[in-house]
Design a protein around this ligand. Structure first.
Ligand SMILES: Cc1cc2nc3c(=O)[nH]c(=O)nc-3n(C[C@H](O)[C@H](O)[C@H](O)COP(=O)(O)O)c2cc1C
Length: 160
């Protein structure tokens, strides 16, 4: 089974977790970036607004061909109780038919219905979600949330 972790990050938590997960399951890694600047107060406010409104955003083009992968893991931060819009925009561009999908989100403390939202978009792109997790990062030591990510990856790879 060939696996790929696709993630978006603003502040690095999802990136660190994506790398830990990829190492555990021996996956390749693809970072999604968007054109909008999400830094600073205005970037923060606009990020929350775009996520709450489930806006389609403009991505920096990623040319990765995913056709050779059997399993794809999508990782995203939570903004305004929704997945960061970059990951949803990216999922919507992909053909995920015949692929096993795993979703993971990094959150301060609460992700609302984000995993359901991601699952809906994955289904519309033809994929089959086999597992998902939300991982808290607020007031959690980095080593602890990365441990949670690693344990999740160890569990999930038994389903491939
Ligand atoms: C604009 C914005 C909105 C956020 N909204 C939420 C939220 O609704 N619920 C939550 O638990 N955390 C929220 N957070 C916290 C992030 O989800 C959390 O810090 C996550 O670990 C960030 O991932 P990253 O470091 O990969 O960007 C928000 C962060 C930002 C920047």
């Amino acid at each position: 089974m060939k696996s790929l972790v696709i993630y978006y990050t603003r502040d690095g938590h999802t990136e660190k977790s994506a790398r830990v997960i990829a190492k555990e399951i021996k996956a390749d890694v693809l970072k999604i970036e968007e054109e909008a600047d999400r830094k600073g107060l205005m970037g923060y406010l606009k990020a929350g607004w775009d996520a709450i409104k489930e806006k389609e955003v403009t991505l920096v083009d990623s040319k990765e061909d995913i056709s050779g992968y059997d399993v794809i893991l999508f990782g995203a931060p939570i903004w305004g109780w929704k997945p960061a819009p970059a990951i949803i925009t990216h999922i919507d561009t992909l053909d995920l038919s015949k692929k096993k999908i795993v979703n993971f989100v990094m959150m301060g403390s609460s992700c609302g219905k984000s995993l359901d939202i991601m699952m809906d978009h994955v289904k519309k792109s033809g994929g089959n979600v086999i597992d998902s997790i939300s991982i808290k990062t607020n007031r959690v030591k980095e080593s602890d949330y990365l441990h949670e990510a690693r344990m999740f990856a160890a569990k999930v790879k038994t389903k491939f």
